[in-house]
Design a binder for this molecule. Structure first.
Ligand code: ADP
Ligand code: MG
Length: 213
C-alpha cells in the first residue's frame, strides 16, 4: 500500500508519523520504503541516525523533493515493496501533488488548534484536484499532539470540525502529545521500540495502523 503523510501546514507531525509508520510496518515484517519528499530531509536524517546506531530492521529511505522524480521512482520501484510511506513535506509542493496521484491513502495529521483546522481546507483543495484525475484516493484526518486528557474539549471540537471538510474521513485514533513520539523519531526509532516501553504511545500508534492498513 502507498501511504502519503501530507499537509500543506508545517509542524503538524508529518515526519514523526511517517517515521513511526514506516518502522512499525517493517517490525511487522513488511518490506517498507520510506520516501522523504521534503527538501529539509528530516525523515532521511532520522533513518540515517537509525542506521548509524545499528538498529534493526533497517529502513530503505530515499529523498525526492522533486515531484516528477518522485513519481517516476515510485512507479518503477513500487512492485519491490509491500508498503511505501511518503513524507510529503510542507507547502503545496510538486512532491505532494505527485504523491497524491500515486497513493492509496493520504493521512493528514493536524493538531487541535484553530490554525490547523483552518488549514484542512487548503489540503482539501489538493485532494479534490487529485480526485479529478484518479479514482479511490482515501483521505483521512488524524489528530496529532492531541491533548493528553481523555475529556479535552479542544480534541472534541477539532474532531468535530473535520465534519465540515467533506473530503476527509476522521479517524478516531488520535495520537496524543507525548515526549516519546518526539524522542523516538529523533533517534530514528518508532515508539514501539522504546525501552522502557511507552505503552500508551504504542497502543495509539497500533490503533492508527489497524485503521489504516
Ligand atoms: N505526538 C507528538 N507528541 C509530541 N511531540 C510531537 C508529536 N508529533 C510531533 N511532535 C513534535 O512536533 C514537532 C513537529 O513535528 P514534525 O514531525 O517535524 O512535523 P512536520 O513534519 O509536519 O513539520 C517536532 O518537534 C516533533 O518532535
Ligand atoms: Mg517534516
Amino acid at each position: 500500500m502507498i501511504v502519503t503523510v501530507g499537509n500543506t501546514k508545517g509542524g503538524v507531525g508529518k515526519t514523526t508519523l511517517a517515521v513511526n509508520l514506516a518502522i512499525a510496518r517493517a517490525l511487522a515484517g513488511r518490506d517498507v520504503w520510506l520516501i522523504d519528499g521534503d527538501r529539509q530531509g528530516t525523515a532521511q536524517t532520522a533513518i540515517s541516525i537509525r542506521a548509524d546506531a545499528g538498529h534493526l530492521p533497517g529502513i530503505a529511505c530515499a529523498t525526492y523533493p522533486d515531484g516528477p522524480t518522485l513519481r517516476a521512482q515510485v512507479q518503477q520501484q513500487a512492485a519491490k515493496f509491500d508498503d511505501i510511506i511518503i513524507d510529503a513535506g510542507g507547502r503545496d509542493s510538486t512532491a505532494l501533488r505527485a504523491a497524491l496521484v500515486l497513493s492509496d491513502v493520504l493521512i493528514v495529521p493536524f493538531q487541535p488548534r484553530s490554525y490547523d483546522v483552518w488549514a484542512l481546507n487548503d489540503i482539501a483543495a489538493l485532494v479534490d484536484e487529485a480526485r479529478s484525475v484518479r479514482d479511490n484516493l482515501r483521505a483521512v484526518a488524524v489528530l496529532n499532539c492531541a491533548d493528553p486528557g481523555e475529556h479535552s474539549t479542544d480534541n472534541t471540537e477539532a474532531a468535530a470540525a473535520v465534519a465540515d471538510v467533506p473530503q476527509f474521513e476522521y479517524l478516531a485514533t488520535p495520537i496524543r502529545r507525548r515526549k516519546s513520539f518526539a524522542n523516538a523519531a529523533g533517534a530514528g526509532l518508532s515508539v514501539l521500540e522504546l525501552k522502557p516501553a511507552d505503552k500508551k504511545a504504542s497502543s495509539e500508534l497500533n490503533a492508527l495502523i489497524l485503521e489504516l492498513f
